[in-house]
Design a protein around this ligand. Structure first.
Ligand code: PMT
Length: 414
């Protein structure tokens, strides 16, 4: 997959640096050549000898090394790579990147680079949450730096939160994806809805559902890696924000609809959100009190169907409108009815019965239904990230073939 590719891997300081060794092994196994820069911080966690042994290449550590500069100057080091990966990307190195520092070999190469950069951040969760780090991440994202992770979970320091380095296999997936779809969707605008909606009953209670946002965010990230301008509109979730151009956080179905409509026109719409079908008729201004005798009656109003509204838009219907169907029974029959009723182009149906473990997990199993086509494709059990990649490659094929709504004009000429 990565045959003939040349990767420059920058390993900065952090306990997760040991995972970079596995990353080198995986990338090389996939066929790419790996050169490594080890920062002074990185050297505290892994040795140049282990990096050199695994990469079977010289390891570069010093900006001022005469030998390194004569053999492979820092400009050549950054220019000869098809992709620069920074893993782990420490808060310090990303601050340097965001502010244009060039005071060591890693930051100098990054500043001198004219190629794509993929950063896999790793740090303590408070450092990650700090507005200084978040500001730097935003700057880097705006400049087109790609990101893999970070993940949430237990940290080496004993705390828990967002900041763990992505697993090497996931970073490899992002690298493969980058080369497979690089810029295929450049200039294409995509809106992805994700997560649940919360419909308030009173200031304390709401109607919600179990969607975690994992599937929607994986799709948003995969589209972004393929070069699309992605706007993720998400209900309340506790996931780290994905690396996409724009994120809008909403709570209710009405707010989600407003955010979607405000962004029209765009070319691709993917409705992954588990939008509540109903909202409370009246929103109580104060917490509804239990009086021991009467149980309050909850009256509901139907929410607008965002997917249906977008798919039937008179003036700005996107070229591709894709929905999901969450079913617990009669999946095929219900999905077929849904695709016709909502007039979306494709519908990915998943069985969300409790025993199938779709909500909040890392895996899914969908069947694809299309308008005007009988039958369906069974995609089998896969990770949500692989599903997202498969969907994005299908979208790219569809837009290339231009079979639907003259979509061929959407993609820039190759
Ligand atoms: O978030 P995860 O934990 O990763 O779980 C992923 C998922 C199960 C939420 C996801 O794969 C999924 O199935 N999303 C769609 C959930 C849903 O609301 O399905 P539905 O069958 O009720 O709705 C069908 C389609 O209409 C969906 O695309 C939905 O976004 C859309 N819809 C529904 C109601 C409404 N008022 N407006 C809508 O746009």
């Amino acid at each position: 997959m990565l045959k003939d590719k040349s990767i420059l891997l920058i390993i900065s300081g952090g306990i997760a640096a040991y995972k970079a060794l596995e990353l080198i092994r995986l990338i090389r196994k996939d066929g790419a050549k790996v050169r490594c820069i080890l920062t002074k911080g990185g050297e505290q966690f892994v040795t140049p000898l282990s990096v050199a042994s695994l990469s079977e290449n010289e390891v570069y550590t010093d900006l001022w090394s005469l030998k390194d500069e004569t053999e492979m100057g820092h400009i050549r080091l950054s220019r000869e790579a098809d992709l620069i990966i920074v893993a782990p990307a420490s808060a310090d190195l990303m601050a340097k990147m965001a502010n244009g520092y060039a005071n060591d070999l890693a930051s100098t190469c990054l500043l001198a680079s004219d190629t794509h950069i993929l950063a896999a951040p790793a740090m303590n969760h408070k450092m990650w949450d700090n507005p200084a780090t978040q500001g730097n991440i935003k700057t880097l994202r705006d400049r087109g730096i790609l990101f893999s992770g970070p993940d949430a979970g237990d940290m080496a320091c004993g705390e828990h939160g967002i900041g763990r380095l992505s697993e090497p296999e996931n970073i490899l997936d992002s690298v493969r994806n980058f080369f497979r779809y690089k810029d295929a969707l450049k200039g294409v605008r995509a809106v992805v809805t994700s997560g649940p909606t919360y419909e308030p009953i009173d200031p304390v209670r709401f109607i919600g559902n179990r969607s975690s946002g994992k599937q929607g965010q994986a799709i948003a990230e995969a589209l972004s890696l393929a070069g699309a301008d992605v706007h993720l509109i998400t209900g309340p979730v506790s996931l780290p924000p994905p690396a996409v151009k724009q994120i809008t956080r909403v709570e209710t179905a009405l707010e989600m609809l407003d955010a979607v409509e405000a962004d029209l026109p765009f070319e691709i719409f993917i409705g992954t959100a588990a939008v509540s079908d109903w909202r409370a008729n009246d929103l109580a201004q104060q917490k509804i009190k239990k009086d021991g005798t009467n149980v309050p009656e909850l009256k509901l109003t139907e929410n607008p169907d965002i997917l249906k509204i977008v798919a039937n838009h008179k003036t700005h219907r996107p070229a591709l409108v894709i929905g999901f169907a969450a079913e617990t029974e009669n999946l095929q029959e219900n999905a077929r009815n849904k695709v016709n009723k909502k007039s979306c182009d494709w519908l990915l149906a998943n069985n969300v019965a409790a025993e199938k473990k779709v909500f909040g997990t890392d895996e899914n199993h969908v069947m694809l239904f299309q308008t005007n086509t009988d039958g369906h494709e069974d995609w089998g059990q896969m990770t949500k990230s692989s599903l997202a990649q498969k969907l994005v490659s299908k979208i790219i094929e569809e837009l290339k073939n231009g079979e639907k709504n003259d979509t061929s004009t959407i993609l820039a000429a190759e």
